[in-house]
Write a protein that binds this ligand. Structure first.
Ligand code: T4K
Length: 371
């Protein structure tokens, strides 16, 4: 490939649309602290996502940290090792012990059948991730949470724009956290949001993300600075106008991959989206070396030699990282599925304006490697 092909590229609004907004910011000189564009974006985003209220954040990691604190989560939290490090780091930053639960083959999300065995008197919550935008089994997770009096916080960093048939995925559990990072389907450069259903909780989150200020003189808790600024909010407003088109374009890319890779023995693609409209935020494939004849590493290297930068999201597993591997729940024998998937997974490039020539070339390079 003449130019590098990355795992993702942001979909940016037309530059000329930004200028009037910047002029407005330059005129009114409000740059941050719940300014007019922040308010507008909060409203329009809530409307787009079909939720009542939303708290905007500087990024999803801070949103997770603040969200857990706002809900007063302590002790142990059951979570998945198959995610981006930020999921577990947010627990650590709150002094909470992560307890890793294995994942299910079908969705690569936390396996609800394995949660109960990990509950102890110290467990206060479950922190699942809708990995790659594959929805978790929220009914089963909620049943367990209700039975044991646990809170559920969804890391929904990959789940923007998922449309379920009978429910709003972002309203499942007690809280959902979205990411608007530059590598995400919907971006504000850096950014994130919390969606919760309780108005009092929303208020507490707003205080905590602004140093704990409830009014000019009252600080209710040692909060942090995690606010989204006016520039990010403007990008968010403009990105809302183009996100549906981005999803539709990504769908076409994904369908081409499906067509070209679906029947390759030893390669698993994820195209079983019967119950929901997917957002195509990632395109993970699983490479079973024994059947395919070639390792995931070899495929990754071969693509790289061709100037194509796939990513091994999420390898190594969080549970195998130095900060976490000494935890009893991190032992490999407790997490057989996650460890297997971690060795097999490769995320192929996907974004709205990825050239079909590239999709075909990537698929051909992979197929030609077959042992
Ligand atoms: N929970 C989950 C489940 C998450 O996946 C994440 C973030 C979080 C929580 C935390 O969300 P934030 O606090 O970030 O809002 C990336 C992202 O930094 C991270 O946001 C994301 N997950 C994770 C899955 O991936 P890297 O280290 O792989 O990114 P990087 O810089 O190598 O970018 C990958 C490719 O994307 C580049 O090769 C080119 C392209 N790219 C990237 C950037 C940053 C662009 O074209 N433009 C850009 O601005 O971590």
């Amino acid at each position: 490939m003449e130019n590098p092909v990355y795992v993702t590229r942001p979909n940016l609004p037309p530059l000329e649309k930004l200028h009037p907004y910047l002029e407005e910011i330059w005129k009114n000189k409000i740059l941050t602290n719940n300014g007019p564009f922040h308010k507008k974006f909060e409203k329009e985003l809530a409307n787009y996502l079909g939720v009542e209220q939303i708290n905007l954040f500087a990024n999803a990691t801070l949103a997770l940290v603040v969200g857990l604190q706002a809900m007063r989560i302590t002790g142990e939290v059951i979570t998945t090792p198959f995610s981006f490090v930020a999921t577990t780091h947010a627990l650590k930053w709150n002094g909470i012990t992560p307890v890793f639960c294995d994942i299910e083959e079908k969705t690569l999300n936390i396996d609800p059948e394995k949660i109960e065995a990990l509950i102890t008197p110290k467990t206060t919550a479950i922190l699942p991730v809708h990995v790659y935008g594959h929805p978790c089994n929220t009914e089963k997770i909620q049943d367990i949470a209700d039975k044991y009096g646990l809170k559920v916080i969804y890391d929904a960093a990959h789940a923007f724009g998922i449309k379920m048939k009978n429910k709003n995925l972002l309203l499942e559990g007690d809280m959902s956290v979205l990411s608007f990072h530059g590598t995400k389907l919907f971006t504000t450069f850096e950014g994130g949001a919390i969606i919760c259903k309780d108005e009092k909780l929303k208020k507490r989150i707003d205080y905590l993300k602004n140093f704990g200020f409830a009014d000019e003189l009252t600080v209710i808790a040692p909060g942090i600075n995690a606010k989204m600024n006016e520039f990010q909010s403007v990008i968010g407003l403009l990105s809302l106008e183009i996100v549906e088109e981005e999803i539709a374009n990504r769908k076409k890319v994904a369908e081409t991959y499906f067509e070209l890779l679906n029947s390759v023995k030893g390669i698993r693609v994820f195209n079983n989206f019967e119950d929901y409209a997917h957002n195509y935020s990632y395109f993970p494939v699983l490479i079973d070396e024994k059947v395919f004849g070639v390792s995931r590493e070899k495929v990754y290297d071969e693509l790289k030699k061709n100037n194509i930068y796939s990513r091994r999201y999420f390898y190594p597993l969080i549970s195998n990282m130095p900060s976490y591997r000494s935890l009893p729940s991190a032992a490999k024998e407790n997490l057989p599925v996650a460890n297997k998937i971690g060795e097999q997974v490769l995320c192929l490039p996907i974004y709205g304006n990825l050239d079909f020539f590239h999709v075909k070339s990537i698929s051909k390079i992979i197929k030609d490697l077959r042992g």
